[in-house]
Design a protein around this ligand. Structure first.
Ligand code: 2IT
Length: 373
């Protein structure tokens, strides 16, 4: 069964990813679309909010099966999208391969390249350089700003990351580049601890692990000496300074938060959408550690999708440097907006409140300015 929830077009064409995972249902797509609307507003780009997907899971399927599913999905979906109407992209379970098949079927039906009808495309067919890295890179830029304001340092900090997909990969890559140590990654089967932190070879191997399409992280520990796989455990069982949930909603609960706090974690930034349960968020806020919500931290992904749409409209391709600079600027302005709207009387920044108010104000004002929309 396929879904698309077009939440708000007050700021521009509907925009948001497609998720292919067995647990997808209407309720999940609705909350993701709701969050996406405020996230997209935070980027300050002209994009509205939407989300879609299917309970079809590409895990364990052949390329042929995935292609046929994507084509069947787009055969119905094409009538709801378009470069000025709704521009879907990837999310969990929808990466370059799936976007390629979806976009190919769109072109086949409408008979036009219409690059702006989908983002997350391959670079050869109108995609933006850095889009695969953008969610993870943007998250680390946001964390850098948070830490800087709090007088803390990323260099040498120990980071635990959940997942090993596209987002976890980008976050690991940038965290390592910036001098932090990624000491844990996890999958549905358990957690791998990496006492000396990830190196370049390990980061590259994450892509292989994902491409193997088995959804297990255990082979990572078989490949790299000195790392350990613990079945059935989450990344949050590992002692770390910074926790970065990079997988699914509700992947870090109240018990996990208590364990992290007990182990001295002083920052948690949601890179997945709503990665923390309300209990976990309250525990972090009560303990006074740095906490920021997904709609601010992970907005670099959709922001770079917005930049892809701009390049498509202009029929040009920016260099990696240009895209990275724009991404950096966008993440810095999202951080500024969170500080502006989230600053408490005692000077403490409530990033949850800041992100919600900043996003809401933009959407609400656009609706009022355009009459009843
Ligand atoms: O959650 C998200 O922001 C995404 N899956 C990216 C959406 C997009 O349109 O790039």
């Amino acid at each position: 069964r396929g879904y698309r929830v077009q939440y708000s077009a007050a700021l521009g064409p509907y925009k948001g990813g497609l998720r292919f995972a067995s647990n997808v249902n209407l309720s999940i797509i609705k909350f993701l679309g709701f969050e996406q609307t405020f996230k997209d507003a935070l980027t300050c780009l002209p994009i509205g909010g939407a989300k879609g997907g299917s309970d079809f899971s590409p895990i364990g399927r052949s390329d042929g099966e995935v292609m046929r599913f994507c084509q069947a999905f787009m055969t119905e979906f094409h009538r709801h999208i378009g470069q000025d109407i709704d521009c879907p992209a990837g999310d969990v379970g929808v990466g370059g391969r799936e976007v390629g098949y979806l976009y190919g079927q769109y072109r086949r039906i409408v008979g036009a390249a219409e690059f702006g009808a989908m983002s997350g495309k391959d670079i050869k067919t109108g995609g933006s350089i850095l889009r695969p890295e953008a969610t993870g890179f943007g998250a680390l830029y946001f964390v850098q700003h948070m830490l800087q304001l709090a007088g803390k340092k990323l260099e040498g900090a120990k980071i635990a990351i959940s997942g090993f997909g596209n987002v976890a990969w980008g976050a690991s890559k940038k965290a390592t580049e910036l001098g932090a140590k990624v000491i844990a990654i996890s999958g549905p089967d358990g957690v791998v601890t990496i006492p000396n932190g990830m190196n370049e070879e390990m980061i590259d191997y994450m892509l292989e692990l994902r491409a193997s399409n088995r959804n297990i992280v255990a082979p990572f520990a078989e490949k790299f000496a000195g790392t350990t796989f613990t079945p059935g455990k989450k990344a949050w069982s590992v002692k770390c300074d910074i926790a970065l949930p990079c997988a699914f909603q509700n992947e870090l609960n109240g018990d996990d938060a208590a364990e992290l706090l007990k182990n001295g974690t002083w920052c948690c930034a949601e890179v997945s959408n709503m990665g923390c349960t309300p209990e976990a968020i309250h525990a972090f806020q009560k303990a006074g550690i740095l906490f920021a919500p997904g709609k601010a931290v992970n907005a670099g992904g959709v922001a770079t999708s917005g930049l892809e749409m701009t390049q498509n409209c202009m029929h040009i391709s920016w260099s990696g440097k240009e895209v990275d600079e724009k991404l950096h600027f966008i993440m810095a302005s999202i951080h500024d907006a969170c500080v502006k709207f989230g600053k408490q009387k005692d000077g403490h920044i409530d990033y949850v409140k800041g992100a919600n108010i900043a996003g809401f104000m933009k959407v609400a004002q656009a609706m009022l300015e355009q009459g009843v929309l």
